[in-house]
Design a protein around this ligand. Structure first.
Ligand code: GLN
Length: 200
């Protein structure tokens, strides 16, 4: 079986960690920063970083339109943190001129966990991920505030001040987490995503 080719958007953010995690999950992984690199992909990861910066660079590098087209065509995409914001149709607390790629029928709130708990870690159960809880690392993370009818909630914060907040969702080929599995050495979410790229 030929392993799928999964791109990691490489304009800003923690690209290398995702490339490594995807390779360990059985994919061929490449950094993507040019429009002509998009058509060959079987899947794409939008990494964490700063969504306003990534948005600007997507437009500068003429990547926004081709990416929107491939997302509309059903390209499997996994967005983590800033990547979740980029996939969301609606953003609260974004910059006034902030745009997204969209496709995921959700409203996310940027930097939602507030200043006191900018960054935190917790263990959570995630639908579709077997073998026990996932260690979730949140870094100035968004959460999901509203979801459309076709969106499945895969994980919520189990306890603490943000208990019940939605932090992992899926809609068809689009997967998004508020947290960063690429920094934990646990590649089950990347494996889950790579499996999704084989289905389409
Ligand atoms: N770790 C992250 O990706 C942080 C996301 C960042 N706060 C943003 O709004 O884009």
């Amino acid at each position: 079986m030929i392993s799928p080719l999964v791109g990691v958007l490489a304009v800003q953010g923690d690209v290398r960690e995702h490339v490594r995690a995807l390779e360990e999950a059985g994919a061929r992984a490449i950094g993507v920063r040019r429009p002509e690199e998009i058509s060959q992909l079987d899947g794409l990861v939008l990494p964490g970083g700063e969504s306003t910066t990534i948005d600007k660079l997507l437009r500068t590098f003429d990547l926004q339109q081709p990416l929107r087209e491939r997302i509309a065509d059903g390209l499997p995409v996994y967005g983590s943190c800033a990547g979740m914001i980029l996939l969301a149709d609606q953003v609260k607390d974004g910059r006034p001129d902030q745009q997204t790629l969209g496709g995921l029928d959700v409203t996310v709130r940027r930097n939602a966990f507030g200043r006191q708990v900018d960054s935190f870690e917790t263990d959570l159960e995630m639908t579709g991920i077997e073998g026990g809880p996932v260690h979730a690392v949140f870094i100035r993370a968004p959460w999901v505030e509203a979801i459309g009818p076709d969106v499945r909630v895969l994980a919520t914060v189990p306890d603490g001040p943000a208990a019940g907040r939605v932090v992992a969702v899926q809609q068809g080929a689009l997967l998004a987490t508020s947290f960063h599995p690429e920094v934990t050495g646990d590649h089950r979410i990347h494996r889950y995503f790579v499996t999704q790229t084989l289905r389409t």
